[in-house]
Design a protein. Structure first.
Length: 255
């Protein structure tokens, strides 16, 4: 397994914090200097602005473009290695002290997955994504299948097959990266998660101090936003439910 840390060049205090986090658990990382939204401009050849505006209901946030393409850059670099798995991390996370054992047990669990979502939010008592527990892998941690949208890409484990599919099918941005990779039925990959999340977001770095600044001022007005967003999300979540039900049945048969 190879690990990557995505960090903006101007966010040195976050890099210092992340180094301490990785050192605590003994994970050696490769630093990926993130694309800075301040250095990007529109139009962008790999960004569908109209589609983003319509189905996400927000104005363009160049910080989100930088984040999106930084993740794709990491996946490209991963595929140029001989490693089978990559641990992709953002710079505002905190690991559970048993993260290495959790990852090892998940990989060797016998349960197939291509993408493993490891991070939760800054509130450690609130699980994202409506996880259904499938298999206990270590202490109180379970491999789980999410039946709801799981926001955030703070930390995830990805194999070569998933990386190839993500790069092929998500080359052109029309949603933020967490929304885009959460639709595994479109990516032809199997995505699971660990619950409770063994990676958390540092509250002091995540909320008010985010460099992406994905705040409410980017949202369109209610009437402009929801005539497309609500129908899209209803279809998306219905598709997710049907897909996950069939996948759950398949997993039960496999096990």
């Amino acid at each position: 397994m190879i690990a990557y840390l995505i960090n903006l060049k101007r966010a040195n205090e976050r890099l210092v914090s992340a180094k301490e986090t990785f050192d605590k658990v003994g994970i050696i990382f490769n630093l990926e200097v993130a694309l800075d939204g301040k250095d990007l401009s529109l139009p962008h050849k790999d960004y569908s602005e109209l589609k983003y505006n319509l189905i996400h209901g927000k104005k363009t946030n160049l910080g989100e473009l930088g984040c999106y393409f930084s993740h794709l850059n990491v996946l490209e670099k991963f595929l140029n290695t001989e490693e089978n798995w990559a641990l992709v991390c953002e710079d505002d996370i905190e690991f559970n002290e048993n993260i290495n054992e959790i990852i090892s047990r998940a990989i060797n669990s016998g349960m197939h997955f291509d993408l493993l979502r490891l991070s939760g939010g800054s509130d450690r008592n609130k699980e994202k994504g409506i996880p259904i527990k499938l298999q206990k892998i270590y202490k109180d941690f379970y491999l789980s299948l999410n039946f709801g949208f799981k926001s955030g890409t703070g930390c995830y484990l990805v194999n070569r097959y998933a990386a190839k599919n993500i790069l092929k099918k998500l080359k052109k941005m029309s949603l933020p990266i967490d929304h885009a990779i959460d639709r595994d039925w479109l990516l032809s990959i199997r995505s699971l998660s660990i619950s409770p999340a063994p990676v958390y977001l540092k509250e002091e770095l995540h909320e008010e101090n985010s460099y992406i600044q994905a705040r409410s001022e980017f949202k369109y007005s209610f009437f402009r936003r929801y005539w497309v967003v609500i129908p899209y999300r209803l279809v998306n979540e219905f598709t997710r439910l049907i897909y996950k039900l069939f996948l759950l049945i398949k997993i039960k048969i496999e096990s």
